[in-house]
Design a protein around this ligand. Structure first.
Ligand code: ATP
Ligand code: MG
Length: 412
C-alpha cells in the first residue's frame, strides 16, 4: 500500500524548521505586549459571508483561493484565509466595541487554495495586529512601528524595506479608480487576460499584478497623488511625519495597492529581496469600510498581517535545545535510580535526558550527540557508594558527585 501523502501545499516540520516558526511567534508576543496589544483567539472557520463581504467578491482570495464547504447542516463555511475579517466579526458579535479603541494581536493558520511554491503554501501561518476604533493617523504610526520593531527583534530589519502609500478617502479612490479605468482601457490589448477581467470590476488590482505584461503598463498609470483630496493628503502627511519621528525608514511606492478590497488611506508592505518572488513579509493598511460591510456601525481601523513562514525563512536558526546533562545508567537498579534523579533535575529547571539504549559506549556517544554539557554515569558501584561520576563532555574531566548534590554540581 502506498503510504498516505500530505495535502498539497501543507507542511509537516521537525526540529529547527518548527523552532523557526515558534521563534517568530515568540518575538511577536514579546513585542505586542510592549505595545499593549491584547491577545485574541478567533475561530478557524467562519460563515463564508464574513470573508465574501469584507475581502471583496472580485479579489483573488474570494474568487478563487477560499476553502469553502457546506457543513452537515447545509451552511456555507470557509476556512479563514486571513484574520482581519474574523476579528471584526467578533468585534461586533462579542461586544468588543465597548473596548474601543481596541488593540489586538492574533496568530495561527490561514488557508488559501494557491499554487504552492517557495514562501507560498495552502495552509500557512500569520501574525496579525489590529487597532479597531481609531481614526487618528497616530494609530497608523503605531501599527507601522510595531511591524518595524518585530523585524528588529527578529534581527531582519536591515533586509526589509517599508513601502508606504495612500489610497486616499472614498472620494480620492473613486476619482483615481475612474482615471485608472480610462488609462487601462486604452491599453487593453496589451494587458494580461487576468487584468482585462479586473478592468471593470477591480481596476486597482491591476496595479498589484505580478504579470510582466502588466508591469510595464502600470509604470505609466495615473498616480494617486493627482486625485488626493486635501483631507486625504493631510492624513498621509501626518502618518509619514509620525513614522519619521519614530525613526522607521520607509520609501514611497505610489503603485502599492493591497490585494484585499477593504483598504482606505494608508497601505503598506514590508518587502525583502531575500525570498525571491514571495517578497512581502508584512502587509496591511487602514480599512475604515470593513466593519460597515459586516453590518456594523462605521468604524475606523488599521492593521497588518505577516507571513510567519516567510519571516521564519529569514531569521538566524534558533539555538537547538541541548540537555545540560544526559544520565547514563548501567543496570536495572541504576535505571530506576536514574529515573528518580531525572525527574528531580527537570523539576529544578535543568534540561536533562537519559540514554537507555545499548552498551556504555553507545550511551556515552548518545550523550555527546545530544550536545550535553555533562554525562552522569551511574552503575552498581556508584549506587553503593552514593556517588555518581559526572563527566564534563567538553574537557573530558570526570569526578565523583554525591547523588543528592547533582543539581548543584551541574549549575556550577
Ligand atoms: P501575495 O501577494 O504574496 O499573494 P497577499 O497580498 O495575498 O500576498 P495578504 O493577504 O496581504 O497577502 O497576507 C499577508 C501576508 O501573509 C503576506 O504578506 C504574506 O507574508 C503572507 N501570505 C499570504 N498568502 C500566503 C501563502 N499562500 N503562503 C504563505 N504566506 C502567505
Ligand atoms: Mg495572495
Amino acid at each position: 500500500m502506498t503510504p498516505v501523502q500530505p495535502v498539497r501545499g501543507t507542511q509537516s516540520l521537525l526540529g529547527e524548521d518548527a523552532d523557526r516558526l515558534a521563534a517568530v511567534v515568540a518575538a511577536f508576543d514579546r513585542v505586542r505586549r510592549l505595545y499593549g496589544f491584547r491577545r485574541v483567539e478567533v475561530p478557524t472557520i467562519e460563515h463564508t459571508a464574513v470573508f465574501a463581504r469584507t475581502i471583496g467578491e472580485t479579489t483573488d482570495v474570494v474568487s478563487k483561493e477560499m476553502y469553502s464547504f457546506e457543513d452537515r447542516g447545509g451552511e456555507s463555511i470557509t476556512l479563514r484565509p486571513e484574520f482581519t475579517a474574523g476579528i471584526c466579526r467578533a468585534y461586533l458579535s462579542e461586544g468588543w466595541q465597548q473596548h474601543a479603541p481596541l488593540k489586538v494581536a492574533a496568530s495561527g493558520s490561514a488557508f488559501r487554495y494557491e499554487r504552492p511554491q517557495k514562501g507560498r503554501f495552502r495552509e500557512f501561518h500569520q501574525l496579525d495586529a489590529e487597532i479597531i476604533g481609531a481614526a487618528e493617523p497616530q494609530a497608523d504610526v503605531e501599527i507601522l512601528t510595531l511591524g518595524y520593531q518585530l523585524l528588529a527583534e527578529l534581527g531582519i530589519a536591515e533586509g526589509v524595506t517599508l513601502e508606504l502609500n495612500t489610497l486616499g478617502d472614498p472620494e480620492t479612490r473613486d476619482a483615481w479608480r475612474g482615471a485608472l479605468v480610462d488609462y487601462f482601457r486604452s491599453h487593453k490589448a496589451a494587458l494580461s487576460e487576468d487584468s482585462v477581467a479586473r478592468l471593470e470590476r477591480n481596476p486597482l488590482r491591476i496595479l498589484d499584478s505580478k504579470d510582466p505584461k502588466d508591469r510595464g503598463i502600470c509604470e505609466n498609470a495615473p498616480n494617486v497623488d493627482e486625485y488626493l483630496t486635501a483631507e486625504a493628503s493631510d492624513f498621509f502627511a501626518a502618518v509619514t511625519a509620525g513614522v519619521d519621528a519614530a525613526g522607521v525608514p520607509w520609501t514611497r511606492n505610489p503603485r502599492l495597492v493591497r490585494g484585499l478590497d477593504y483598504y482606505r488611506h494608508t497601505a503598506f508592505e514590508f518587502v525583502t529581496d531575500r525570498l525571491g518572488a514571495q517578497g512581502t513579509v508584512i502587509a496591511g493598511g487602514r480599512y475604515d469600510g470593513l466593519i460597515e460591510a459586516l453590518g456594523g456601525p462605521s468604524t475606523p481601523a488599521v492593521g497588518w498581517a505577516a507571513g510567519i513562514e516567510r519571516l521564519a525563512m529569514m531569521i538566524d536558526a534558533p539555538a537547538p535545545v541541548r540537555p545540560a546533562v544526559v544520565l547514563v545508567p548501567l543496570g536495572e537498579r541504576a535505571e530506576a535510580e536514574a529515573q528518580r534523579i531525572l525527574v528531580g533535575l527537570r523539576r529544578e529547571g535543568i534540561a536533562a535526558d537519559m540514554a537507555y539504549r545499548g552498551n556504555l559506549k553507545k550511551r556515552m556517544s548518545r550523550a555527546n550527540a545530544a550536545g550535553a554539557a555533562y554525562a552522569l554515569i551511574l552503575g552498581d558501584d556508584e549506587l553503593d557508594s552514593g556517588q555518581a561520576q559526572l563527566k564534563d563532555l567538553t574537557s573530558g574531566e570526570q569526578r565523583g558527585v554525591s547523588l543528592d548534590l547533582i543539581a548543584e554540581a551541574i549549575r556550577r
